[in-house]
Write a protein that binds this ligand. Structure first.
Ligand SMILES: Cc1cc2nc3c(=O)[nH]c(=O)nc-3n(C[C@H](O)[C@H](O)[C@H](O)COP(=O)(O)O)c2cc1C
Length: 216
């Protein structure tokens, strides 16, 4: 594998910005989008449990409805693909069993040999103290996927804008999630910046490294 160089990494991260205006005429091609979906799937999560779904909205009428419920932020309607990060409201034994079975399948292992591990996860997330705050736990996982998605997109020249400025309950209605056991936490439109989006030129506002990085 050929690694991205340190220079190229920083160049991509400096190039990325929270895009305020997308070019409506530019769509992400199939191959590029497939790589970004694959990047979403490859996102890491606690125990590897993947308590999420990524709803990809290309339908213009749905994007318009979502925009009305995203503080009218134009990126939602104007982007190429709008990704909604959805989490499982409660962790349950069925999801953990599915994960164990998938592990057994892809690694050629015996699911029975992972019974202890399975019970440990159930004890922690389904029956233990953390079950009381499980949607916060799941939301944290979703934000990792969001970060992974934005960085991956930047590395292949796709613009994004992370969005918390949305009405998650309305998103759930529009996306038929109500009563499904899944709910919206955040969203991220992706596409290509408009040539006149002045924010693309704005210097990055970050605290100094000495205030953020602690060496011991
Ligand atoms: C979780 C999260 C939610 C955000 N929500 C919004 C949003 O609703 N609308 C928006 O325009 N920008 C939003 N932003 C973008 C931030 O304002 C932006 O990332 C920050 O100011 C740093 O700028 P940069 O991303 O351009 O480097 C959000 C960022 C994050 C990480």
């Amino acid at each position: 594998m050929e690694n991205c160089t340190p220079e190229k990494l920083i160049q991509s991260l400096e190039w990325r910005y929270a895009t305020k205006k997308f070019d409506v005429s530019k769509k992400i091609d199939k191959k590029t989008w497939a790589a970004l979906e694959h990047a979403l799937i490859l996102s890491p999560s606690s125990y590897g449990l993947q308590p999420w779904k990524f709803v990809v909205v290309e339908n213009q009428a749905i994007k318009e409805k979502l925009k009305e419920n995203s503080w009218n932020q134009t990126q939602v309607a104007d982007c190429s693909h709008h990704v909604v990060f959805v989490i499982k409201e409660k962790m349950d034994e069925a999801h953990i069993t599915k994960f164990i079975e998938q592990t057994a399948k892809v690694r050629g292992a015996d699911a029975a040999s992972m019974e202890g591990y399975k019970q440990m996860m159930i004890g922690d997330l389904v029956k233990g103290d953390r079950s009381k705050v499980i949607s916060e736990w799941a939301a944290r996982q979703a934000y990792i996927a969001l970060g992974n998605f934005m960085t991956s997109a930047a590395l292949i020249g796709v613009d994004t804008c992370p969005l918390e400025g949305i009405n998650p309950a309305k998103y759930d209605e529009i996306l038929d999630l109500v009563g499904s056991g899944w709910k919206t936490v955040c969203a991220c439109p992706a596409g290509y910046r408009a040539a006149d989006d002045k924010y693309s030129e704005a210097p990055k506002v970050r605290f100094e490294a000495k205030d953020l990085i602690v060496h011991k």
